[in-house]
Ligand binder design. Structure first.
Ligand code: C2E
Ligand code: MG
Ligand code: MG
Ligand code: MG
Length: 284
């Protein structure tokens, strides 16, 4: 518990630090210009198939290179982007950039690299979301089954009817869905089944205490058992040690993501990983 508190405090502190330097208004004005000034960029974090240790996908994670304040992490500007609605154009830029990259890797290495993109609840309120996704896929030529949209339990359960309609449209487009930060929110199992979710991503707060923390171990095993029972795949987030990876392998966890397997990295570093080992790079 003490460890978790420390982490949360650190997060609050760093975010309030940015806020101290920049007023809310200044941050907003800056964010409005960030897109047109090319200040946003993506990092990609490997997602590894646990049994084979191969990179089968990446998650796109946005960064903002502020001209005066340096690199600002998403936790410090995505909430503002959501509040202001700027997340809609920013999210579309993320989606397009990520799909272009996945398409480029596919033709460069002949290897299907699945691209995971985070979506905010606010983006699901945009009734054009499915059309935007379809347009981006057509424009970039990426196979829809190589695009995975990550949403949280909150997004899934919030405004369920509108979300259901959008998710059904997205299913029609042929993209994959996964639930991010699973276990930290509230979701109904019947929804997970109904929405045809491919994967559950176990939140990193459950993984960080492994292998010592027996309660988190129990939660992790229960999520894996439930997901497999519902024919879903499980991804462990925040895998930082070899011991954690070994334990997850023992539990039958399908995929893993975390600093032990690869930090979020620029496109050329990922290209190198994919290129090094030919088709299907081994991560560890
Ligand atoms: P997320 O989707 O759950 O992404 C995983 C976060 O955990 C990333 O933080 C990643 O850098 C971090 N991480 C990965 N491995 C480890 C590990 O082993 N240990 C620890 N302690 N952390 C690890 P990041 O990049 O700062 O992103 C934070 C959140 O911001 C994301 O959480 C996601 O919710 C949001 N986000 C990032 N990019 C986008 C985006 O393009 N659109 C939207 N809507 N949200 C985004
Ligand atoms: Mg995510
Ligand atoms: Mg998240
Ligand atoms: Mg997460």
């Amino acid at each position: 518990h003490a460890k978790n508190c420390g982490k949360n405090n650190a997060k609050l502190y760093s975010s309030s630090l940015t806020m101290q330097i920049m007023s809310h208004v200044k941050l907003e004005v800056g964010l409005r210009k960030a897109l047109q000034n090319n200040e946003l960029y993506l990092l990609y974090q490997p997602q590894v198939d646990v049994p084979s240790a191969r990179i089968v996908g990446v998650e796109a994670l946005v960064r903002w290179r502020h001209p005066e304040h340096g690199v600002i992490p998403p936790n410090e500007f995505i909430p503002l982007a959501e509040e202001t609605g700027l997340i809609v154009p920013i999210g579309e830029w993320v989606l397009r950039t990520a799909c272009q990259q996945a398409r480029a890797w596919h033709s460069q290495f002949g290897q299907a690299v699945r691209m995971a993109v985070n979506l905010s609840a606010r983006q699901f309120k945009d009734e054009n979301l499915a059309q935007t996704v379809l347009a981006v896929l057509q424009e970039t030529g990426l196979d829809p089954s190589l695009l995975e949209l990550e949403l949280t339990e909150g997004t899934l359960m919030d405004n369920a009817l509108a979300t259901l309609a959008t998710l059904e449209q997205l299913r029609g487009v042929g993209v994959l869905l996964s639930i991010d930060d699973f276990g930290t929110g509230y979701s109904s199992m019947s929804y997970l089944k109904r929405f045809d979710v491919r994967a559950l991503k176990i939140d990193k707060s459950f993984i960080s205490g492994l292998p010592q923390d027996s309660e988190n171990a129990a939660i992790t095993r229960a999520i894996i058992a439930m997901a497999h029972g519902l024919k879903m795949v499980v991804v462990a987030e925040g895998v930082e040690t070899r011991e954690q990876l070994d334990l997850l392998k023992h539990y039958g966890c399908d995929m893993a993501q975390g600093y032990h397997l690869g930090r979020p990295a620029a496109q050329d570093a990922i290209s190198q990983m994919l290129g090094n080992v030919g088709s299907g790079a081994a991560a560890v």
